[in-house]
Ligand binder design. Structure first.
Ligand SMILES: Cc1cc2nc3c(=O)[nH]c(=O)nc-3n(C[C@H](O)[C@H](O)[C@H](O)COP(=O)(O)OP(=O)(O)OC[C@H]3O[C@@H](n4cnc5c(N)ncnc54)[C@H](O)[C@@H]3O)c2cc1C
Ligand SMILES: *[C@@H]1O[C@H](CO)[C@@H](O)[C@H](O)[C@H]1NC(C)=O
Ligand SMILES: *[C@@H]1O[C@H](CO)[C@@H](O)[C@H](O)[C@H]1NC(C)=O
Ligand SMILES: *[C@@H]1O[C@H](CO)[C@@H](O)[C@H](O)[C@H]1NC(C)=O
Ligand SMILES: *[C@@H]1O[C@H](CO)[C@@H](O)[C@H](O)[C@H]1NC(C)=O
Ligand SMILES: *[C@@H]1O[C@H](CO)[C@@H](O)[C@H](O)[C@H]1NC(C)=O
Ligand SMILES: *[C@@H]1O[C@H](CO)[C@@H](O)[C@H](O)[C@H]1NC(C)=O
Ligand SMILES: *[C@@H]1O[C@H](CO)[C@@H](O)[C@H](O)[C@H]1NC(C)=O
Length: 586
């Protein structure tokens, strides 16, 4: 009771948001904007900011969700509680054949900031190899690591090193609050050469254990695309309108003389409360789709842009035959393992103890410090399978190059995903960074407000299953290092009884426990100009059309061996540059 009262008073008095002017309804919309950005998420808000910097250019952002001035979105510690909340689309996959036909939840943000408002805030760029492989794949050097460097700085994200656009805005910081287990992690990197230390995993060379960098502001609050790219002074620009609680249903061809041009955006307001009738707004120069890896292909397909045969069979008139739309969806498969530890200072102790939580919240309000100012993730490790791994006898190495990890290990001081347990734990969250499984986003029906069928196809490829097995084994070797003697006591939960030597037992465990890594990309993939596959050209224009670009994680044509917000921000900054140059915007 007392703690809730404390919370209430602090919310009322200290909430650190300035009132920003945002359109609650479409009543004040103009009929025509130079640019309409669909989706006020991670990438969308970058474009809103950069394109509206020129006051002669009118920009409208349409976002399905509400505002981000909500306490839960500010407190870094609470990020796991946002999964399945009002700020999550709550999408679910189709039954996954690689996971024993389980469906898994596919969290993604709804509301200003999109997924950057609910994510774990890790800022990883991935390897230079990744970007260079993409530049080669799309046959355009401008997407290479060296050419993108202006957007993230010579030194990756080493603090304060560079005046790059991303660094100017997105706040990226090393851990603000160190966990008592950090010392043992560092000790392991010194005593076990399988797990070397890397002092800057964002330098283009990502291999090894490094201190995490997170998008958390110096005052201990979450830094999202909404908090940094849509600051009040940006939102208050008279030439920028941000329309919330409005779902885009389709893109239309208003100018009927030009079959290659989509210039109308159809939308419905308040879909989740009292839906409006469908309404329309027009774009003079461009529509930019930034609705994310699930939302963007969904809107394209609703609009008749996609595989003409699939669309026809659903009763949708194909407007532009583009068979790749929705295909090649790729995500990281993820699983979390736990061990029982000899400690009382882990996340579980916080989860079990309401008094302690109230104290930590109080510390966060007063001072912006402590556990609540942290995502709980202090280290990220990207590691490679040995070159002698027997999988390479049957499968070519899918990694982008020798400096790219095949898998990731994140160690946390307790299970940040779990509820309170009687035991104190240490957890390892594992991901396959270079998956070979490919899935799709398809329509279930011709009704644009119906959910799409999303199939990331987790672990459908043997390489991904192999790599997940080897990642689990590597993690056990990590904890077998002497740094953990007397601290890590035994494996916990269902994992405790799995015979790690036995591929079949491990496979069964993996099938039952893998979930989404929350990094979907590639579903509206960029490809070389003139290619028979792909959705956009390297300038991000949808192939064969005018005035329609895709700028979000869905255009990334090869999944980065990284958490995907960093690459998404970099892509969005690059896209803003391309668009500004094309239209002579300053
Ligand atoms: C829970 C979670 C944790 C994550 N943790 C990390 C992490 O720690 N580090 C990291 O790098 N990455 C992380 N990611 C992934 C990362 O956040 C995403 O890859 C990235 O934010 C994607 O950006 P985007 O612009 O493509 O899409 P989003 O940021 O999702 O933006 C899409 C926006 O479009 C809106 N939209 C969709 N459809 C419509 C429509 N029809 N009409 C109007 N608006 C629409 C959505 O509401 C949303 O605001 C995480 C993701 C999640 C969900
Ligand atoms: C997601 O599910 C939660 C819990 O059921 C619900 O409160 C929330 O409104 C849902 N999100 C959306 C966008 O519908
Ligand atoms: C999964 O579903 C497919 C198709 O419905 C079926 O053939 C298969 O036996 C199922 N597998 C399991 C493990 O249930
Ligand atoms: C890591 O880099 C930082 C900043 O560049 C430096 O201060 C620190 O000493 C380095 N640490 C190690 C162990 O090399
Ligand atoms: C998927 O991507 C690959 C390139 O990575 C491409 O060769 C293939 O044609 C794509 N498939 C579809 C259906 O677009
Ligand atoms: C809960 O946390 C408070 C503050 O740290 C501490 O005094 C108390 O002993 C804890 N309660 C239990 C049951 O551990
Ligand atoms: C408040 O924060 C500062 C750093 O920002 C730190 O040095 C100090 O110890 C903190 N005080 C409390 C009471 O947590
Ligand atoms: C737990 O740690 C303490 C030291 O902190 C040690 O004395 C004790 O032996 C450990 N317990 C086990 C079971 O290893």
């Amino acid at each position: 009771m007392f703690s809730w009262l404390v919370i209430f008073i602090y919310v009322a008095v200290y909430s650190r948001f300035a009132e920003a002017e945002i359109l609650g309804t479409s009543d004040k919309l103009l009929e025509l904007y130079d640019f309409i950005v669909v989706g006020g998420g991670t990438a969308g808000n970058v474009l809103a900011n950069r394109l509206s910097a020129d006051r002669r250019t009118t920009v409208l952002v349409i976002e399905a969700g509400g505002p981000n001035d909500v306490l839960d979105l500010q407190i870094p510690y609470l990020w796991t509680s946002l999964i399945g909340s009002a700020y999550d689309w709550n999408s679910t996959s189709t039954p996954q054949s690689g996971l024993g036909n389980r469906s898994v939840s596919l969290a993604r943000g709804i509301g200003l900031g999109g997924s950057s408002s609910i994510n774990a805030m890790l800022y990883t760029l991935g390897s230079a190899d990744n970007y260079d492989a993409i530049a080669e794949l799309v046959d355009d050097e401008s997407w290479s690591w060296n050419r993108l460097e202006p957007f993230f700085g010579k030194d990756g994200t080493q603090l304060g090193s560079s005046p790059s656009p991303v660094m100017d805005t997105i706040e990226v910081a090393p851990p603000r609050f160190y966990q008592p287990t950090d010392g043992r992690i560092m000790q392991t990197t010194q005593e076990n050469s399988e797990f070397p230390f890397n002092n800057n995993t964002n330098s283009g060379k990502q291999l090894g254990f490094g201190w995490s960098k997170s998008t958390i502001a110096p005052d201990g609050t979450r830094s999202s695309s909404a908090t940094v790219y849509l600051k009040p002074e940006v939102i208050n620009r008279p030439n920028l309108h941000v329309l919330l609680n409005t779902q885009v249903t389709r893109l239309l061809q208003l100018d009927r003389t030009d079959k290659t041009r989509f210039d109308g955006v159809e939308f419905v307001e308040n879909v989740r409360s009292v839906p409006s009738r469908t309404k329309l707004v027009a774009a003079k120069r461009e529509i930019i789709l930034s609705a994310g890896a699930y939302g963007t292909p969904h809107i394209l397909l609703n609009s008749g842009i996609g595989d003409a045969r699939d669309l026809t069979s659903l009763g949708i008139t194909p407007k532009h035959d583009l068979p790749s739309v929705g295909h090649n969806l790729t995500d990281h498969a993820l699983t979390t393992l736990t061990w029982i530890v000899n400690s009382t200072t882990t996340y579980e102790s916080i989860q079990r103890n309401e008094t302690l939580r109230a104290m930590l919240l109080d510390q966060w309000y007063r001072n912006g410090t402590g556990d609540f100012s942290s995502s709980g993730i202090d280290h990220v490790a990207c590691l490679r399978l040995p070159s002698t791994a027997d999988i390479f006898n049957s499968v070519p190495d899918p990694s982008a190059g020798p400096n790219t990890g095949h898998f990731e290990i994140i160690i946390t001081n307790g299970n940040i995903f779990g509820g309170p347990t009687p035991d104190n734990l240490i957890a390892a969250t594992l991901m396959v960074l270079t998956p070979m499984s490919r899935g799709f986003v398809k329509l279930n029906s011709a009704h644009p407000l119906d959910k799409a069928a999303i199939n990331p196809s987790y672990l459908s490829h043997q390489f991904d299953r192999y790599t997940m097995r080897e990642t689990i084994r590597a993690t056990q070797r990590f904890f077998d290092s002497s740094a953990w003697n007397g601290y890590v006591l035994s494996r916990a939960g269902e994992f405790a009884t799995v015979d790690l030597e036995d591929d079949k037992e491990l496979d069964a465990y993996i099938r039952d426990n893998v979930v989404s890594g929350l990094h979907p990309v590639e579903s509206s993939s960029m490809s070389p100009r003139g290619a028979s596959w792909g959705v956009t050209d390297p300038d991000l224009n949808v192939k064969g059309l005018q005035g329609l670009r895709v700028v979000d994680a869905s255009v990334i044509p090869l999944i980065p061996a990284a958490h995907t917000q960093g690459p998404t921000y970099v892509y969005a900054e690059m896209a803003a540059d391309i668009i500004k140059k094309y239209w002579n915007i300053v």
